[in-house]
Design a protein around this ligand. Structure first.
Ligand code: NAG
Ligand code: NAG
Ligand code: NAG
Length: 358
């Protein structure tokens, strides 16, 4: 009896050292009993989610493109869960069918859209996956332990154009790249072309966003911050931000209470063609530069070497800071921030910024 118990883990790992293959949703249950899972090209039936809950240590190989059938439902379209996973996208595409849903309204009405399109609930590595045309928000990330997401593409460029349902507006809306409320996450070397935040961090710690290119959206955001959350240890480094509304933003809700945001470090980012604000730190969300709240304590926002360089278009503001009375604290070193073009913005209710003038 004892010897059987001792052997059990080895028997289990021998049984799972198989290769499972997924060519339709019907194959999933058997395939996820193996620690190698190969996914072939197929179309997921409309209104059904592709969900894989993997054994610890599984390697997934995406060996073809996946399309998702079109239907007005809340999604998500794809969910992957597991610990110590290696997910190899091999450059293949997950096609969300965005144009079927896009009406210029995103999550604010109109057609119900699968959002997020993809839920990532793994630790390990997730690499080389292309997402084409997400209906609304793209990735929601809640990793159970350290995760690196690398070499990804999110291409919603088609959503920049109006369509027959969008009343002349960009058809894609609320197409966030990554929504991360999590700990120990690195997102790197990825290209995101969308119509909302490239990255939005609502809570969490030890999140690194590096070497990414953000095109056309609303920039790299901490927030929007709601009540009772903590953000600590965010590193935004070496990113290229092109033609976004703002390059770098921290937005906290005016109504939020009991939250702390601290230790946000920017370095080596390059932004061009910024349309509204180079840097905006605003405690009046959902208003922009409205009456600020005081329920989110904000500190330790620094620009360290190498320099972050931002170029804004004419009419845009270089830097705007809108703090509630007493809620931004400490000394923030902005000596490694340079912003050109546009005009100076205002800095309200805070005098702790050093090394920077506009
Ligand atoms: C969903 O609709 C979009 C746009 O109409 C189309 O490009 C895509 O191929 C459709 N997907 C499927 C699986 O039919
Ligand atoms: C600031 O964030 C970094 C990166 O996550 C972390 O290593 C460091 O410990 C944090 N500092 C404090 C004082 O929490
Ligand atoms: C500073 O904060 C107080 C309290 O929230 C607010 O009444 C005031 O308008 C703020 N200052 C400015 C210049 O907006």
């Amino acid at each position: 009896m004892l010897s059987l118990l001792v052997l059990l883990p080895f028997v289990q790992s021998a049984l799972s050292a198989c290769t499972g293959t997924i060519s339709s949703l019907d194959d999933i249950a058997a395939a996820v009993k193996c620690t190698t899972v190969n996914i072939n090209s197929f179309t997921v039936p409309a209104g059904q989610g592709f969900e894989i809950d993997l054994l610890d240590g599984t390697t997934v190989n995406l060996n073809g493109d996946i399309k998702f059938g079109n239907k007005t439902w809340a999604g998500p379209l794809f969910t992957v869960s597991g610990k110590s996973i290696t997910f190899n996208g091999n450059g293949h595409t997950l096609d969300g069918g965005g144009p079927f849903y896009w009406d210029g309204l995103g999550g604010n009405g109109g057609v119900t859209k699968p959002a997020p399109m993809i839920k990532i609930r793994i630790s390990g590595t997730y690499r080389d996956v292309k997402v084409l045309n997400s209906p609304a928000r793209t990735y929601s990330v809640s990793n159970p332990a350290a995760l690196v997401m690398t070499g990804l593409t999110i291409d919603n460029s088609l959503g920049d154009l109006p369509n027959s349902n969008s009343a002349g507006k960009a058809a894609g809306h609320n197409t966030d790249g990554f929504d991360a409320s999590t700990t120990d996450l690195t997102i790197q070397n990825s290209v995101i072309h969308n119509q909302d935040d490239c990255l939005a961090i609502n809570r969490g710690s030890n999140i690194v966003f590096q070497g990414n290119t953000c095109i056309g959206g609303h920039g790299i955001s901490v927030g929007s911050i709601d009540s009772g959350v903590t953000v600590n240890g965010i590193v935004i480094t070496g990113n290229t931000i092109i033609d976004n509304d703002q390059a770098l933003r921290i937005k906290t809700k005016s109504a939020a209470t009991g939250s702390t945001v601290t230790n946000i470090t920017y370095s080596g980012n390059t932004a061009t063609g910024i349309k509204r604000f180079g840097v905006i730190i605003d405690q009046s969300y959902p208003d922009t530069l409205g009456t600020p709240g005081t329920g989110v304590k904000l500190s330790g926002v620094n620009f360290v070497s190498p320099k972050t360089t931002i170029s804004v278009v004419s009419g845009a503001q270089k830097v705007a800071v809108n703090c509630g009375s007493g809620s931004c604290t400490g000394s923030w070193n902005w000596a490694n921030l340079a912003v050109s073009g546009g005009k100076a913005g205002s800095i309200v209710n805070f005098s702790g910024i050093t090394g920077f003038s506009q």
